[in-house]
Design a binder for this molecule. Structure first.
Ligand code: NAD
Length: 774
């Protein structure tokens, strides 16, 4: 009975603009209201919100045209327009009295059957609606989004004592499918779930670092990737969010949590931080810096750290803890816990406390451990949830270490003694309940996380960077699982073998993984190794094998469908370019960025881009110019909508979805639908533009360099791209097959790889993670 077609957001600050932006991304018309501003433009707050949505550094919109769905206004002049809205969500300042006053105004104009929600982080629902009539309370809930709304996957929905089930059902379904969120339904308890555990973890990491005398860079090197959490670290996160704001968040949790809550043990004010806030060292948003700063904001290598003793900045020390040790630990946090030094101890101190705290919330704060794990994975970007982490340590090991330290063991952890929180039984993933019984883990129809599904499957074959599975519907699935899913010879060998196996045995092949990024491209370390060894034959055969594999995929007798989210760059995107269909996540980033490291796409990427542009332009020469410009500039798209004009997304063939948890199911259905009468897509050879156009492109490069727009090595690299897309030193109209063009790609790649400038670019990227402009 409830249906959301038109929405309204009140409060055009950080959260309100984010929610309005995501509604627009979901194709919903939205009214965005704030208080009237002083001065001529009474809608100035809304106008500022629109500017922020378009911010290039963190765009809230998947395409700027989505802006047409947002109408701005103010709560005095436009209040009556709320009567059109099916869902009115409030995201004004965290002040109870202001929110209560606003609800009265909303209730006076809203239509019956409309849903009203608040984005409050801390105020209990019982207080928010205490003055409101039952009819309002029945249609009221909390929808707690995370910042930035477009990118953070978690939405906590809190139900009040009088909220109708249909309201929760509608909010859940709409926000899961249309807004792309992972939903956790929470009880009305302080901080709900995500912030309750997340802020506890951060506060613990902070206090332990001070107690153990660790410098910020030491603490952040540990409380990051090695622990399976974002690399920002704890001090970095304080700087990012704002040291003053984080202190307020902790203080507000302190004020609402019961007196006996363990949170109070890690909430005391830290003197040096009080001084920082007082003197304006509030983090990245301020001008003075925070725990870190950059002495030259334009130079990423000028990072400095605040020395707590002298209260002065000193050079950032990236040698402590030893970088090599940390790099080895990334990927398995249990190794870190076993490390017998202060860093291993630091990790244990944080994790043991945080995991116990999280476990203690089941069942009183939330009856399901899956909700706790989801909250941390989707709201704080942890790789594993707390209970999954205890399973990885081993429940009995975890209990034994706590007991050896004479620490309390939460009742729910005791329940799991001798068992695990998750198990596979009868081919199904199950989780433990507080009563000691297991229950099947069920997600909404169409929601499938491969990270969960893979636990119920055994790979048909695998190597250390990739695995191949059979899905229940007789489809093969290739999963990469290297760091950032970079590709090397082994990833491609497994893909090639999977294509062959699936072609013989299955109805189709899916390429997918549930990691943050589909693939960040070819492993630069392995490319660099060929260069260091001057192993040009080895490099050529690696590229040749890559090309043969993607061509094999393209011409396989079965459909090959990819489901991609996060970054799909370079070689990762070249694989996508050769699939029959790609199901993208709405925030997918795509592009061929090889020129940044002084090479060309050498895995069929130039060839495929040329074909796509030639087809779109209806003319090979025009297509060649487009491919030359787009690849030359290493253009990327930050959403499928942005990718379409660049030919990186094929309308009518590829699709995109708002919720990344739906990609696998959609890809499965697409592969099965195509499978019944599938035939490969033959392609004609291209009549290449030839040497005159090649020469024109080189002249274009030289002119751009003369104007200072390109560096000398940009010209060298660009000339090689030009050679490929025109066919090089051949007559106009010379016909070339896909294999011929792939041969030119390899020739260009090797020519560039032999230059000192390309070598310098790759080394710079590997060392600093940023491109060298030589
Ligand atoms: P903000 O300060 O950025 O924005 C609040 C906006 O509300 C401002 O534009 C202000 O002008 C407007 N406003 C104030 N009173 C109003 C009224 N009576 N009517 C209409 N507009 C009014 O705040 P924010 O960070 O966007 O937070 C908004 C809500 O979301 C708060 O309840 C906060 O606790 C919650 N929240 C914030 C975050 C976060 O990370 N910032 C995350 C989750 C939830």
């Amino acid at each position: 009975m409830y249906e959301i077609k038109i929405a309204a957001v009140i409060g055009a600050g950080t959260m309100g603009l984010g929610i309005a932006g995501q509604l627009a991304n979901a194709g919903v018309d939205v009214l965005l209201l704030d208080i009237p501003a002083d001065g001529d433009n009474r809608n100035a707050h809304g106008a500022r919100a629109i500017e922020r949505l378009l911010d290039e550094n963190q765009p809230g919109l998947t395409h700027k045209d989505n802006l047409s769905r947002i109408t701005i206004g103010n709560i005095e002049d436009d209040l009556d327009k709320l009567a059109d809205a099916d869902w009115i969500t409030e995201a004004i300042v965290e002040r109870l009295e202001l929110k209560k006053t606003l609800y009265k105004k909303i209730d006076a104009v809203r239509k019956p059957g409309s849903i009203v929600t608040s984005n409050t982080s801390t105020i209990p629902i019982s207080l928010l609606v205490e003055d409101m009539p039952l009819a309002f309370r029945a249609e009221f809930a909390i929808t707690h989004f995370f910042n930035p709304v477009r990118f953070m996957r978690l939405l906590e929905i809190v139900r009040g004592a009088d909220t109708r089930s249909e309201v929760i059902d509608c909010l859940e379904a709409f926000n899961e499918e249309r807004m792309g969120k992972g939903i956790v339904v929470c009880n009305d308890t302080p901080g709900f779930l995500g912030n309750r555990v997340g802020v506890f973890a951060i506060q613990t990491a902070l206090h332990m670092a001070f107690q153990m005398g660790l410098a910020p860079e030491e603490a952040d090197a540990i409380f990051g990737r090695p622990m399976g959490i974002p690399k920002t670290g704890v001090f970095g996160l304080y700087d990012l969010i704002g040291i003053d704001l984080m202190s307020d968040v902790a203080a507000s949790l302190v004020s609402i949590l019961p007196e006996d809550d363990v949170f109070h043990e890690v909430s005391a004010e830290i003197p040096v931080m009080a001084r920082m806030i007082c003197e304006g060292y509030v983090g990245n948003k301020g001008t003075k810096g925070g725990f870190y700063r950059w002495s030259d904001p334009a130079d990423s290598n000028s990072k400095q750290t605040l020395d707590f003793g002298s209260f002065r900045y000193r050079d950032y020390n990236n040698e402590k803890p030893p970088v090599a040790t940390i790099a080895e630990l990334v990927g398995d946090f249990t190794k870190l816990l076993e490390t017998d030094d202060q860093y291993g101890l630091y990790a244990w101190q944080i994790l043991s406390r945080t995991l116990c705290y999280a476990a203690s919330l089941v069942p009183d704060v939330n009856e399901s451990l899956v909700a706790v794990d989801d909250a941390m994975k989707l709201g704080y970007n942890w790789l594993q949830g707390p209970m999954e982490m205890i399973d990885a340590i081993g429940v009995d090991n975890f209990i034994a270490r706590l007991e050896a330290e004479k620490r309390d063991v939460p009742a729910f952890v005791r329940t799991a003694a001798g068992k695990s929180f998750y198990r596979v039984s009868g081919g199904k993933l199950q989780y433990l309940q507080a009563d000691g019984r297991y229950r099947d883990l069920r997600r909404a129809q169409g929601v499938t996380r491969f990270s969960e599904m893979r636990r119920t499957l055994t790979p048909i074959f695998q190597n250390k960077v990739a695995s191949y599975f059979e899905l229940p519907e007789q489809l093969g699935l290739v999963e990469w699982h290297s760091k950032a899913n970079t590709l090397d010879g082994e990833s491609m060998a497994l893909l090639a073998k999977s294509v062959q196996h699936a072609s013989k045995n299955f109805k189709g092949l899916i390429i997918h993984n549930d990691a943050q990024h589909f693939s960040c491209g070819v492993n630069l370390d392995s490319v660099m190794q060929f260069i260091r060894d001057a192993d040009w034959d080895g490099l050529d055969s690696f590229l040749h094998h890559f090309q043969k594999t993607v061509l094999g995929m393209r011409y396989a007798p079965i459909p090959v469908v990819a489901a991609a989210s996060g970054l799909s760059l370079g070689g990762g995107f070249e694989v996508l370019l050769h699939c029959d269909k790609v199901v993208f996540h709405a925030n997918s980033v795509t592009g061929l960025v090889e020129t940044l490291v002084g090479v060309v796409p050498g895995g069929g990427g130039v060839k495929e881009t040329l074909y796509r542009w030639a087809e779109r332009e209806g003319d090979v020469t025009k297509g060649a110019w487009q491919a030359f410009m787009n690849i030359g500039y290493g253009k990327t798209a930050r959403s499928p909508l942005e990718a379409e004009p660049l030919t990186m997304f094929r309308n009518g063939t590829d699709t995109y979805l708002m919720n990344r948890d739906r990609l696998l199911d959609a890809a499965t259905r697409a592969a099965l639908a195509m499978g019944s009468d599938y035939s490969t897509r033959p392609r004609e050879a291209l009549a290449m533009p030839g040497r005159d156009v090649w020469q024109e492109m080189i002249e274009w490069l030289q002119k751009a360099a003369a104007k200072g727009h390109l560096t000398p090595h940009d010209v060298t690299t660009g000339a090689q791209i030009a050679m490929i897309v025109t066919g090089g030193d051949v007559d106009a109209g010379t016909v070339m097959s896909e294999e011929d063009i792939c041969g030119l790609e390899r020739k260009a790649f090797l020519t560039l790889a032999k230059t000192l400038e390309t070598r310098a670019r790759i080394e710079h990227m590997l060392r600093f993670g940023s491109p060298l402009r030589n």
